[in-house]
Design a protein. Sequence first.
Length: 139
Amino acid sequence: MHVYIGGAHNGKRDYVKKWLAEQGKENVHWIEGNCLEDSFIVDMEAIQTTVVAGVEKWLAETDLAEQAAIDHVMSFVAKDRHVVFILTDIGRGIVPMDADQRKLRDACGRLYQRLMAEAEEVARIWYGLAKTLKKRGEQ
């Protein structure tokens, strides 16, 4: 699994598209966060890589309890290690005044920690530039 994280509109998707092309990945299935519930209805045999983006939006809208939501997202990794997560970093900056926004930020932080712990590679994308934070075998 690979994780790419960065701020909103920092070029994460374009970076991942380029990276997938360089890796020769042609059969890529893109899942937007709001489609996490029914995302594996497609024929997974033909897909080389699954890209999941917008998890924070899904997490904000799901009726699942936090741990159940985290378990649901982590089930993607258990099914297939060829998953790429594109995560929006919402945990920096000013602490939101709204309690629901603080709860979302904290839940994203806990989910992101789990994803990064399981990931083979993690990179931060900053305006289209990547900085590797974790590589296979490094902690």
